[in-house]
Design a protein around this ligand. Structure first.
Ligand code: ZN
Length: 173
């Protein structure tokens, strides 16, 4: 049985326009993550404060303003997704992540995923997928359907790498 992970530790994120790929991965790893592609720095700052979200940005000027405002943020260096994720999570006290299941949030829209039978999703997936898979999840907000596949295996490899680095990051401090 596929299970949805719960890694969030109560931490929620707000990613700025440059960090779409990071935002999608955080969602798959179970973190409530808003992604704002078109917003002024002022709006991002206000949204982060109002919703008590950790603001993720690669913009040094915005990060300075986050610190000055006394709210939470992480300056992301855009090295590699794995390094960036380790940096973001360790800064927020998250010591491990786990992706055995399919993820608990929609990578597209941040909606929650819920288990579905093949019958329930057959109109939303290709026949071949319906024939080869028996377990599905569907986003309650945008209705995107998820199932086991190569994409998920790659994400699981990334999760494993991030998890082992997180362990080391904690031992080092
Ligand atoms: Zn969705």
């Amino acid at each position: 049985m596929l299970k949805a992970p719960n890694n969030n530790n109560g931490v929620t994120f707000l990613a700025d326009a440059m960090l779409g790929s990071i935002a999608r991965k955080l969602r798959v790893f179970g973190f409530d993550t808003l992604y704002v592609a078109h917003a002024h720095d002022n709006e991002i700052l206000k949204m982060g404060i109002d919703q008590n979200r950790v603001i993720l940005t690669a913009d040094k000027e915005l990060f300075k303003r986050i610190v000055k405002a006394g709210t939470r943020g992480v300056l992301v260096s855009c090295s590699s997704d794995a390094e960036d994720l380790v940096h973001i999570l360790s800064k927020n006290g998250i010591t491990s992540i786990d992706l055995n299941g399919i993820g608990s949030r929609c990578s597209i829209c941040n909606g929650l995923l819920t288990g579905r039978t093949p019958e329930q999703v057959k109109n939303a997936i290709p026949d071949k997928v319906a024939a080869c898979h028996s377990e599905f999840f569907q986003c309650v907000d945008c209705s995107k359907v998820y199932w086991e596949g190569g994409h998920l295996r790659r994400l699981r490899t990334l999760a494993k790498s991030v998890d082992s680095k997180l362990g080391r990051a904690v031992t080092a401090t």
